[in-house]
Ligand binder design. Structure first.
Ligand SMILES: [Zn+2]
Length: 383
């Protein structure tokens, strides 16, 4: 007897190049069968997914969920899990001095499966560009202490997956501290053998200088931002250093955010063959009520830009699962995997959706979660 059966849906599981009508059975939190024609009587609970999409639970590599400590922070369960993100990575909201609270009060206390990247600054994102003038975490290099970061990571290897660095001149003493911060983040990441995720909007360093420090497995987030230190030159051509970085397997991540996603930048880059490896939301307090709303909306913007459904879903399921080295268990609905799933309605119509430079375009199709299943349990339903 299965615990749960998701019947008659269109299963899109990019890890196995599956896009077909199949039933998924779940037992003890794991996928127990993927077949057609499984009997309703074979399970204790049944979801009828007729006319709906069934995908692995989404993985969002860039969110900010340290509510009450960082002004960016939002609670993960209503904003991630309830919207189909069964696994999320906090991208540097906490540093070595504040990480214990993130672990104890958020990661261990939430239903969403959570991991983190540790901010190289030990204060994390407690203040920043919201102050006038801005006071970011790289303002004072005394906050950047490699041994403290290494100790914190080594004590939390089960949940910390790498180092986070926000390179923006206005967060780093008008840019004066950016290069040193980059070197210290590199040193910390090398000491623990984990990747760095780097944010570059409005960096004074220029993207080629930043990319020169990035290696295989490192993540360039906000890859389609429209500020200085972006991936295009002034003529709209992709910088050669970006192609070289991709060749050595630096990963490109979307990180939509409040200021980091332009439709036109994405179009120009994608038309030149630059396709992001992962689609993430950078969901936080200042974009939760638009223009991001949730990860499904960001995925829908890539459908709008012409990305194939399965390829868009790959970038929120199997690829981020590989990035966090959990691709055997997460990001797929293969038999034996952890049973995280989303049942989506692919809506047709017209829905205005803004990027972060004030451009509004009409989505003709978008994903809306109908059921969210985490480890075999229905955790949200919209029917
Ligand atoms: Zn962010």
């Amino acid at each position: 007897m299965h615990d749960l059966l998701i019947r008659n849906g269109r299963l899109v599981d990019p890890a196995h190049s599956l896009d077909q009508r199949l039933d998924i059975a779940i037992k003890d939190g794991r996928v127990s069968a993927v077949e057609s024609g499984l009997e309703v009587s074979s399970a204790s609970e049944v979801i009828d997914a007729s006319g709906l999409l069934v995908t692995p639970g989404m993985i969002d590599l860039h969110v900010h969920i340290y509510a009450g400590v960082s002004h960016y922070g939002i609670p993960p369960d209503p904003t991630c899990l309830a919207r189909g993100v069964t696994t999320a990575v906090d991208a540097g909201t906490a540093g070595a001095s504040t990480f214990d609270g993130l672990r104890r009060y958020v990661i261990e206390a939430s239903a969403t499966r959570l991991f983190a990247l540790l901010n190289i600054s030990r204060i994390g994102m407690v203040s920043g560009a919201e102050l006038d003038p801005p006071l970011g975490e790289l303002e004072d290099l005394r906050h950047l202490n490699v041994p403290a970061a290494v100790r914190c990571i080594n004590a939390n290897r089960d949940v910390i997956l790498g180092v986070k660095l926000r390179l923006s001149a206005n967060l780093a003493a008008d840019g004066k501290n950016e290069l040193q911060a980059l070197k210290l983040a590199r040193e910390a990441a090398d000491a623990v053998g984990l990747p760095i995720m780097i944010h570059t909007p409005q960096s004074s360093l220029g993207l080629p200088r930043i990319l020169a420090e990035m290696r295989s497995g490192d993540i360039l987030t906000h890859c389609f931002h429209a500020h200085s230190s972006g991936i295009l030159n002034s003529s709209g051509e992709v910088l050669p250093e970006v192609r070289q970085a991709i060749d050595r397997r630096v990963l490109l991540d979307v990180g939509h955010g409040k200021g980091s996603f332009g439709y036109e930048i994405a179009r120009q880059a994608m038309s030149q063959g630059i396709i992001p490896n992962t689609i993430s939301s950078d969901l936080h307090f200042y974009n939760l009520h638009g223009p991001v709303f949730d990860l499904a909306t960001t995925v829908s913007k890539f459908l709008h830009l012409g990305m194939d459904l399965s390829e868009a879903l790959r970038r929120v399921t199997s690829t981020p699962a590989s990035v966090i080295k959990m691709d055997k268990e997460l990001g797929t609905l293969a038999v034996g995997a952890i049973a995280d799933a989303v049942v989506f309605r692919l809506r047709d119509g017209s829905r205005p959706a803004s990027d972060t430079v004030g451009r509004v375009e009409e989505l003709r199709q978008w994903l809306e979660p109908v059921y969210v299943v985490k480890a075999g349990k229905i955790v949200a339903r919209y029917v």
